[in-house]
Design a protein around this ligand. Sequence first.
Ligand code: DC
Length: 225
Amino acid sequence: MKNIVVAIDGYSSCGKSTIAKELARHAGYTYVDTGAMYRAVALYLLQNNHPMDSDNLTELLQGIHITFSLQPDGSQHTMLNGEDVEHLIRTLEVGNMASQISPIRQVRQYLVAQQQAMGKQKAIVMDGRDIGTVVFPDAELKLFLTASPQVRAKRRYDELKAKGENPIMEDVLADINDRDYRDSHRAESPLRQAEDAIVVDNSYMTREEQMEHIIHLFTERCATI
Ligand code: DC
């Protein structure tokens, strides 16, 4: 079977990474979480007290090396300049900073170039906001995931709780709404559905139903090329 590129886009906390990881495992493909790359840049700027509007941003970016390290349990950890930052990048603070730095053109150009290089050999599942529109406009399979803000807020709330944080539901929902607005209204690569993307609304789908549907779409697509 021919290897393809699968681009998965959608709003925050609608389960993109869970689906992308499972599909990659099913297909034997590499999974790339591009949100983790924006988060790693955000963490670097926070840790080093660099303002977002640094004049020397391009130079700063050259000092940021992001890689992924496969763990014995099959999970993938984000590495920032050789340090495992997987847990540090998943906080609300870093998520907010990531949302603020992701509209910056230099940041996007720097990360998009790396993402395109990662997908050169195909056999990749990449998730983000602009994968089907900017990073891989020719991806063979494009999925656009969506779920209601309330359903996503509840998922995010449960995730943060499980990590030992003490979130407030209203804050989580407000945060989701803010991020949706910022992600879809920014001038640089706003989140939007590619014309040829297949929309999957998973508000009321179980994980199993969703996976079954997506694996079916993947198999069907691979069979036609
Ligand atoms: O998916 P996430 O919540 O981990 O993403 C973190 C932030 O990065 C989010 O505000 C959107 C942004 N992002 C982006 O602009 N482009 C991508 N391809 C992936 C994420």
